[in-house]
Design a protein around this ligand. Structure first.
Ligand SMILES: [Ca+2]
Ligand SMILES: [Ca+2]
Length: 343
């Protein structure tokens, strides 16, 4: 045995390795710190004219996902000439918002789809704005509440573009409060290929069905769609079922079996078949009839969205590619899919 490999050196080397192993495990531990829920402390936040406030979940981070929910639970009190005396003891923020504008406390509970499923991700804030009269004073108020997720999943929560005028009325201060941001469980996400449709897919009303092996409906949920056809949907059912996508105007599509867990699953892609103008789940001569009847019509027509009294079909439904007119391009789609039936 050489000097360089004396028993003492060997021992040190082994200790070294053990430490490396421990550090390695800690590293894995850090990565898995990304959670399904983070809480952002809002204590001391001022809702004051011209002031922007942002608080962060750091060092806690959320795991990436397709759907998040943010819920604010806060007590506020007034400060300054008018609000200081009107709201001298803490009251729920929801109560104060409802007093300013009935229904506005909905901004405190928001569902936020993230169609890419990846971070970073910024949520377009929900805004409350209006005017109200307090003690014969016309008060203009406005507030945007938004959340953002950085690349590491650190979540920030903001109150921005605050309007509270005239400014001498004062402002509100959160005495105790939290924003809880949760990664919603039971989520399925993916992309619909809408077969030549170039319109805004977020305006479509689609459903995602779960059926048992006998074909009986287990649960159905609305598709949240983005303009390009990416979707997010949420179920309370847990387990494995047969998936089916239904979007009126397209043939229904089976996606085989899917498993819904407390986690979120992406990558469910469906090739939809366009051309079912009368919505009987087949592309037939009846669809041709409707398209012929509305040929050359455009979205500039006053009755573009008015259903025909005889069969309930409005002209826009014959605009299969969603470009705002019924043309030869729509005929092309219909011809290509002629005689096909939905799943
Ligand atoms: Ca049809
Ligand atoms: Ca068209």
């Amino acid at each position: 045995m050489s000097d360089r490999l004396s028993p003492g050196t060997l021992e040190l080397t082994l200790k070294d390795l053990r430490w490396k192993a421990v550090i390695g495990i800690m590293g894995i531990g850090c990565a898995s710190l990304a959670q399904s829920q983070v809480v952002v402390n809002l204590n001391g936040v001022r809702v004051q004219h011209g002031r922007n406030e942002t608080r962060s979940s750091s060092p806690n981070a959320l795991a990436p996902g397709y759907l998040f929910r943010s819920q604010v639970d806060a007590m506020v009190r007034g400060r300054g000439a008018i609000f200081g005396s009107l709201y001298s003891t803490p009251e729920p923020l929801a109560t104060v918002l409802e007093e300013l504008a009935p229904g506005s406390s909905a901004v405190l509970d928001q569902t936020m789809p993230n169609f890419s499923g990846t971070f970073p991700f910024a949520v377009t804030g929900q805004r409350v704005e209006g005017e109200t009269e307090i003690l014969a004073l016309q008060i203009h108020y406005g507030l945007t509440i938004s959340a953002g997720f950085d690349a590491a999943g650190i979540t920030s929560f903001s109150f921005t573009d605050v309007i509270l005028t005239p400014t001498y009325v004062g402002y509100f201060e959160i005495t105790t409060g939290t924003a809880t941001i949760t990664r919603v469980p039971g989520v399925l996400a993916g992309t619909l290929d809408l077969d030549g449709f170039t319109g805004d897919a977020s305006t479509l009303k689609g459903e995602f069905e779960l059926r048992d092996n006998g074909g009986a409906l287990v649960e159905k949920a609305a598709l949240l769609l983005d303009p390009t056809g990416r979707f997010v949907t949420t179920f309370s059912f847990r387990g494995t079922a047969q998936a089916r996508v239904v979007v009126p105007g397209w043939l229904s599509r089976s996606l085989g079996s899917v498993t819904v867990t407390n986690d979120q699953q992406g990558g469910l892609n469906a090739l939809m078949i366009n051309g079912d103008i009368d919505r009987d789940n087949g592309v037939t001569v009846f669809d041709y009839d409707a398209l012929s009847r509305y040929f050359d019509r455009t979205s500039a027509d006053a009755d573009w969205r008015t259903p025909d009294l005889s069969d309930g079909i409005a002209p826009f439904r014959a605009d299969l590619d969603g470009d705002g007119s019924v043309s030869v391009f729509d005929y092309d789609i219909l011809s290509r899919n002629f005689d096909l039936q939905g799943d």
